[in-house]
Design a protein around this ligand. Sequence first.
Ligand code: HEC
Length: 276
Amino acid sequence: MSRRMTHGIRVLTVGALAALAAFPLTGCRGDRSDKPPRQFFPGMDDQPRWKPQAESEFFADGRTMRKPVQGTIPFGTTAMVSTAPWAEPFNAKREEFLAADSARYEGVDEETGDFITTIPIPVTSTMLSLGQTKFNIYCAVCHGYNGEGSNPALDPELGSMVGRRWSIPVANLHDPKFREGGEFGRVGYLYSIVRDGKGVKPSQTMSGYAYALDSNEAWAVVAYVRALQRAQQGTLGDVPESERSVLGAPPLPPVVEPQPEGQSGTDAAAPAGGES
Ligand code: HEC
């Protein structure tokens, strides 16, 4: 074979190889075809299933969409049932979806339709500190950490920074009308304010926090509001005997108010004129 020929073959071979390599780039992409697509893993493409609302030959009533079997419990977004400790919060949420108890979930007595006057879940110190955490996150920005609200017309310094600049006065949660026995003081009412806000959109004056506070958390906030109110109402009579000597400072002046169960003596004897 002459040198020339060898060279020619080489050129041809290289050219052919290059064309072959470029071939896949030209094909396949952007082409339309009426042929069935190539299936490399047919088991993944063709799965036995029904489309929603489609007809079924399998079921006597011809529907593919079946009713949940009797006794099925709505679960919401978390498809998980476990008794493991980590699952507790999810299981607690699960209760929420049942929401059949209007006192517990709406703060309203089922029979009378009135707001309830006692918190329907156990009030514990854990619950109160949860309430404090949530109050400080969601309420304090406007109502202040101690719930005094703000009213620039009365006192430009009162309340939180946001509250002072709010377009309308932010309610003072220590107002007697929001306390126990007050016109708007029932816990069920406070619960409804926490969850749904005050007024109806678009003329709502305070928006609701149901998106952030579930039923337990909302009750915890209500319990904490009660604790804040109580803290402002405290008298020396509330301090247990054993702790009283520890309080070297003069007690707060007694609040003139009917005492619930004739708490006798001590607060009347407290010297007036402590710091307020
Ligand atoms: C963005 C500001 C803002 C936040 C945050 C806020 N509030 Fe209010 N709240 C208001 C204003 C303003 C009013 C007064 C509404 C009115 O008088 O119409 C009010 C009123 C209230 C009232 C009295 C309702 C009534 O009948 O007059 C209660 C109780 C209350 N808020 C509790 C809460 C609690 C508890 C939280 C936290 C979950 C909270 N608020 C968060 C602004 C706020």
